[in-house]
Write a protein that binds this ligand. Structure first.
Ligand code: PMP
Length: 440
């Protein structure tokens, strides 16, 4: 499979070799693993991407999730062009579309009484944590081991990430993580233990979860997990933050909170909130909490400061507003979910046909293809984890490259996002390509 890259991707190779001198790692984005070297993408349309050598790929990476309508979706692009022509990209002042977007988010997710648009999911998480601390006057934030909440100091550390290996970063002062605590995935007992201990030392401001489970459901939660977390938060006076950066509008227009029927205090947005256009992030939730961002402006109360030069620029807001309306009009979450079902069922047939020790499952349009049992390992055994994670990462890279050689772009060979553009024909075509690799 690797011969493909030498034979068909020479321009990409040239560009990425040169980029290595000017860009650390040779690519500005780290998501796709980019093995054996980054493909330079030139053109996109609906279910497809084309690289600079003219090769076409079915796009199941979807930039990590935002393009649920398919790539470069024309009706939204048109609205963005119109805004660009009348208003330009940014003013730093108020635009009607800020209001329209906030009202629409509130209609789709009633728990989001007020909403503040920011630049990324990472920023949304930072703002949610700040609001929770400002509101509760408590100290600790509890996250689930392996969950990804962006790369801010207090969040980018962890026992491990079930999807992609141990996630850790140097360059963070000890104090940066000293008010963050991690619990073992799905362990309510562990959560309760932390909540009890924290009561004696500053309290728990918030519990933050990815509602489908760490890493977009790579380690899925039991159905009642979020409800139990909600109850524990209420018992201990901590706020519940749903990180819906991936799930927001994708698992349904009401997000994971609609699916599970749970009302979080705060919700973090990213990705689909702008339909793939830049500056995709935000935080919303209870009005009494979110108001802390404005307190002080009118001379009352303490303000929790957040900002952003390009936050809520007219282009992002118009893109978000019309993307969400189009998701609603086209029923995209459900249609993409059916595509996810079809892909998963087809992969299961292939796994059985070739007796592979792989696992596939989906949560609507989020499809997992696990090539090892690492996600089921006991997190309390770090030595075994470390031993198993390294070859797994290598295997994910190689599987990802093998799929790419057949014209399929996945998230590191182990996750696929489906979209409105993934018709039965696209999925069946993709399954044929998967089979070439899985048979080998
Ligand atoms: N939370 C979750 C659940 C995510 O998946 C991501 C990004 N993959 C983030 C937060 C961070 O969002 P961003 O990349 O926009 O900063």
């Amino acid at each position: 499979f690797l011969a493909y890259f030498d034979d068909h991707c020479q321009r990409s190779k040239q560009l990425s070799d040169e980029a290595g001198q000017f860009i650390p790692g040779g690519v500005q984005h780290n998501l796709a693993f980019n093995y054996p070297f980054p493909m330079a993408i030139e053109k996109t349309d609906s279910a497809y991407l084309w690289d600079v050598d003219g090769n076409r790929y079915i796009d199941f990476l979807q930039a990590g999730g935002p393009t649920l309508l398919g790539s470069n979706y024309e009706p939204v692009r048109r609205k963005v062009f119109e805004m660009l022509e009348t208003c330009g990209p940014v003013t730093g002042l108020f635009h009607e579309y800020e209001l329209k977007l906030a009202q629409l988010v509130n209609r789709l997710m009633p728990a989001v009484e007020m909403f503040r648009m920011l630049g990324s999911g990472t920023e949304g998480v930072m703002a949610a944590i700040r609001a929770a601390r400002a509101f509760t006057k408590k100290r600790y934030v509890i996250k689930v081991g392996g969950a990804y909440h962006g790369w801010s100091d207090s969040m980018v550390y962890g026992l491990h990430v079930p999807g992609t290996g141990r996630l850790e970063s140097t360059g963070i002062p000890r104090g940066g993580t000293s008010s963050t605590e991690e619990i073992f995935p799905n362990s309510l007992a562990d959560l309760k233990r932390h909540l009890i201990l924290n009561r004696l030392r500053g309290g728990t401001a918030a519990v933050i979860v990815e509602p489908l489970g760490p890493e977009s459901g790579t380690r899925p939660v039991p159905y009642d997990f979020n409800q139990k977390v909600r109850e524990l938060c209420d018992e201990f006076g901590a706020l519940l933050i749903f990180d819906e950066v991936v799930t927001g509008f994708r698992v349904g227009l009401g997000g994971a909170q609609g699916y599970f029927g749970i009302k979080p205090d705060l919700t973090v947005f990213g990705k689909c909130i702008t339909g793939g256009y830049p500056m995709a992030g935000g935080v919303g939730g209870r009005a009494d909490v979110i108001r802390c961002f404005a307190a002080g402006i009118g001379g009352t109360g303490e303000r929790a400061y957040i900002g952003g030069t390009l936050s809520a620029n007219p282009l992002s807001c118009v893109a978000g507003y019309h993307s969400l309306l189009e998701l609603e009009r086209t029923n995209a979450p459900v249609i993409a979910g059916r595509a996810g079902d079809r892909l998963t069922q087809g992969l299961q047939v292939l796994i059985d046909k070739y007796s592979l020790p792989f696992v596939t499952y989906n949560q609507g349009s989020i499809v997992h293809l696990e090539t090892s049992g690492v996600m089921l390992l006991d997190l309390r055994n770090p030595i075994r984890l470390a031993r198993e994670l390294k070859p797994r990462k290598r295997m994910m890279e190689e599987m990802g490259a093998a799929y790419m050689s057949q014209g399929l772009i996945t998230l590191a060979g182990s996750r696929m996002y489906t979209s409105l553009a993934d018709t039965d024909e696209v999925i069946d075509d993709a399954l044929g390509k998967f089979e070439t690799v899985l048979a080998a």
